[in-house]
Design a protein around this ligand. Structure first.
Ligand SMILES: Nc1ncnc2c1ncn2[C@@H]1O[C@H](COP(=O)(O)OP(=O)(O)OP(=O)(O)O)[C@@H](O)[C@H]1O
Ligand SMILES: [Mg+2]
Length: 289
């Protein structure tokens, strides 16, 4: 689509070009998850990705991370063609945080041990030499301090004993290690209660902004998508149907997004902020605007 073509100026951190992906569904049925996706993201941009269930958001992130290989099209990270590269080859450049806390940390290991694993992963699959213990502690404490949750003083705590919010915040901190080219967040606060979600969102914003990490964040919370985004991409049926940035994002409200989505797809966009506890999330102020 024209609207999602390459931005002028700085070389993009990510280019997705004419990417198609079909999956084998039940029986003979083929499911088109991505139907010609083009997207180029300039360095340091925070992109919110929204859309209906099954729109292809997670598949797009998986294609970038290398967990799913596209049928057609190309993926470039900082100019390097990684289209066919397995995910472990991309770990040093791309970090991903998943929705469920248990998928992001090893529950039986301590915070420090999880950091040691993450750091070893960043050093490459075949370089088995792990960082020294003192170095891991220092790096973990340094990465955790910006969260403002005191977790830097609890490095020996077993991860499984921490709350979901604490684990997701740690996962974001771990994902920021080693200055990745890209951070991929796939509904990373969706499994949390509204208060924890708000704290993890704040921590995420602080880390991503301070380190200027180019980020794609999938969310069903329209208010939060708008609050955080430099750019907002809406997907439907495997395509990018709306791409807003700069001036085009000013004064856009969740209500506007609903209307645009209805006009483009004929459907309704679920908004998790509207479905959460009475009082909604901290971003609720924008919902009626
Ligand atoms: N491994 C798979 N095998 C078969 N079909 C798949 C697979 N992964 C995704 N799909 C299908 O591809 C389509 C896009 O799925 P995807 O998970 O990318 O959607 P999504 O936008 O992330 O949705 P949600 O908001 O529900 O997370 C869906 O129809 C889904 O059922
Ligand atoms: Mg998904």
């Amino acid at each position: 689509m024209r609207a999602s073509s390459e931005p002028a100026g700085e070389a993009p951190d990510l280019v997705i070009s004419a990417v198609h992906k079909r999956f084998q569904g039940a029986g003979d049925e083929q499911v088109t998850a991505l139907d010609g996706v083009d997207l180029a993201i300039a360095p340091g941009t925070m992109v919110s990705v929204i859309g209906s269930n099954g729109a292809g958001k997670s598949t797009m992130l998986s294609v970038v991370a290398g967990n799913v290989l596209p049928d057609r099209g190309r993926v470039l990270v900082r100019g390097e063609d990684v289209t066919g590269a397995p995910s472990w080859r991309r770990v040093r450049k791309i970090s991903r945080v998943r929705q469920n806390p248990q998928d992001n940390m090893v529950s039986m290991l301590t915070i420090e041990e999880n950091f040691a694993l993450a750091l070893a992963g960043k050093r490459g699959r075949f370089r088995m030499r792990t960082p020294r213990r003192g170095t891991v502690r220092e790096m973990a404490a340094e990465a955790l301090r910006p969260l403002g949750m005191g977790l830097e003083n609890r490095l020996s705590a077993v991860s499984g004993t921490l709350s979901g919010g604490q684990r997701q915040a740690i996962a974001v901190a771990m994902a920021s290690l080693g200055s990745p080219a890209l951070m991929l967040l796939d509904e990373h606060v969706a499994a949390l209660d509204p208060n924890s979600a708000a704290r993890v969102n704040e921590a995420t914003e602080r880390i991503v902004r301070e380190q200027k990490i180019t980020t794609l964040m999938v969310t069903h919370d329209m208010g939060h998508a708008l609050h955080l985004a430099d750019r907002l991409v809406m997907m439907h049926a495997g395509k990018i149907v709306l791409d807003l940035r700069d001036g085009a994002l000013t004064d856009v409200t969740p209500q506007h997004l609903q209307e645009r989505f209805a006009a483009l797809s004929g459907g309704t966009l679920s908004d998790s902020a509207l479905l959460s506890v009475p009082g909604g999330t901290q971003w609720e102020a924008g919902i009626d605007g």
